[in-house]
Design a protein around this ligand. Structure first.
Ligand code: GLN
Length: 496
């Protein structure tokens, strides 16, 4: 019962109750989840009493949604009333949310059970879940490697079968890249599709919440439950939640898949990864899709553009952590200025400080035109590239990330090499487009992700293609071997 599909079937047939499922899940979350460094907080008793209420609805035939009675985890940057939200940061360590965020609200209204929170890079800044006050998350396929980031904990719990689904947030790849590293499905919806109310802001024009699951169908269930207009988020699209499951008919005949020539150049991407991605595309072709070449000529500028826009917005968003209003305040300060300075110096980790500095710099008088304004102009060009490409294709395919999961510690002291890996994921955020990563094979035993990108509001088309792919392949059915993993992780931690 480690997938949402099997959990839903078991609950509907009465094979087990939600209380039994939540109990079993809590103990796995406590064991595997904590060992992997993927779970950072659990709510046991209240989750169990919600499960009991869910059982009464299930027995009465009053299930509120396909997610009724199923447990899941929030990423630790999504607030829930009365629960901690830390963003894996010292500065928010003492923070308890006074209000309910849209994700907790919507999924609880759908009958789903929040059982706790997953690990992440501090304020979602990173690609490895190593920038965290809780320590790193380990990849369930190989604990010496990262599970990607920043939603690494969410990807790891789904891959390890702790929960059937989890929520991630994606500002520049943070759902899709960990999904690819851990061999699960991760989708970043169209900007504005899912409410950001109660999501701690990193870069507001890029941030978007999305599901992490094993299959495209499960992804459709979760996305239906979390999307829809929310007037508390001014960028929320005034559209009702889309009906997605009915689109999953397995039919991709005539679908035009664009391959951007810039995504398949020699040298940049691990050849093994490219081979698996090509094989995945072939699979869709043999199912009837047509392959066309497209061009995204500004690809070489997207990483620089993203790191200017994202850091500028982060520097402004993170100004609110001043020691006065939220979370942690430095002790023994003499005056206001010292309170700001020390609260922030002590509260933020190195990567967050680096980004605040960079973002403040690019917004400052004299540099604004050269960096921030220029980046906004390039962003428009990137958006135009996609518009043009979608004149000749229905969706775009390529790798999610240039390599498989890298080793823990391999890049954490080399920010530029960490940033460069985001080449294939940040464009969807800059252009506001939906994109999904699906498992398409293994390289040296590690999962590889195939990324599909679609036009705005094109989630149904992406999910249809992803589902068609999964009907023909079994990569999503493979499971990491977890026996003995806790001993291995203990040894690794000792050696650190
Ligand atoms: N890796 C990217 C970064 O560090 C993306 C992070 C994200 O999507 N939250 O900014």
């Amino acid at each position: 019962m480690d997938s949402l599909t099997s959990q839903r079937a078991g609950l509907e047939s009465g094979e087990f109750s939600s209380v039994e499922l939540v109990e079993a899940t809590l103990s796995r979350a406590e064991a595997e989840g904590r060992t992997l460094g993927a779970v950072v907080g659990l709510r046991g008793e209240s989750a169990l009493s919600e499960a009991a209420a869910s059982d009464s609805r299930l027995r009465a035939g009053e299930a509120r949604s396909p997610l009724e009675g199923t447990p899941f985890l929030l990423k630790d940057n999504m607030v829930m009333q009365g629960e901690p939200t830390t963003c894996a940061s010292k500065i928010l360590e003492p923070f308890i949310s006074p209000y309910e965020g849209a994700m907790a609200e919507k999924l609880r209204a759908a009958g789903a059970i929040v059982i706790g929170r997953t690990n992440m890079d501090e304020f979602a800044m990173g690609s490895s879940t190593e920038n965290s006050i809780f320590g790193p998350s380990h990849n369930p396929w190989d604990p010496t490697r990262t599970c990607g980031g920043s939603s690494g904990g969410a990807a790891a719990v789904v891959a390890a079968g702790v929960t059937g689904y989890a929520l991630g947030s994606d500002t520049g790849g943070s759902i899709r890249q960990p999904a690819s590293f851990c061999g699960v499905v991760g989708m970043k919806p169209t900007y504005g599709r899912v409410s950001r109310f109660g999501l701690v802001a990193f870069a507001s024009s890029l941030d978007q919440i999305g599901p992490m699951t094993r299959t495209a169908r499960e992804c459709a269930w979760v996305l239906e439950a979390i999307s829809g207009h929310d007037e508390r988020d001014s960028t929320s699209i005034p559209e009702p939640a889309p009906r997605l499951e009915s689109a999953l008919d397995g039919d991709v005949s005539g679908l035009r898949i664009g391959l951007p020539k810039e995504y398949f150049v020699e040298g940049g991407t691990d050849p093994e990864v490219l081979a698996r991605v090509h094989a995945g595309i072939k699979e869709l072709e043999s199912a009837g899709a047509k392959i066309v070449e497209v061009s995204l000529p500004h690809t070489e500028y997207v990483v620089a553009t993203y790191y200017l826009v994202a850091t500028a917005e982060a520097s402004s968003n993170l100004a609110r952590y001043d020691g006065a209003r939220y979370g942690r305040r430095a002790e023994g300060v003499q005056d206001l200025d010292e309170m700001y300075r020390r609260s922030r110096s002590e509260g933020f980790g190195d990567e967050v400080k680096r980004r605040i500095l960079l973002g403040t710099y690019v917004l400052s008088a004299g540099y604004f035109d050269a960096y921030y304004r220029k980046a906004q102009q390039v962003r428009t060009l990137v958006r135009n590239d996609f518009q043009k490409a979608f004149d000749t294709c229905d969706l775009i395919a390529g790798p999610t990330y240039p390599e498989t999961a890298f080793g823990l510690g391999a890049k954490v002291d080399d920010p530029v090499s960490m940033y460069l890996g985001d080449i294939f994921t940040v464009s969807a955020n800059l252009a506001g487009l939906p994109a999904i990563s699906i498992p398409c094979g293994f390289a040296e035993g590690r999962p590889v992700g195939l990324q599909l990108l679609g036009p705005a509001l094109g989630e149904a088309g992406l999910l249809r293609a992803a589902d068609a792919f999964q009907r023909r392949t079994d990569f999503h059915e493979k499971r990491p071997v977890l026996d003995g993993i806790s001993e291995r992780i203990q040894e690794l931690e000792k050696a650190r």
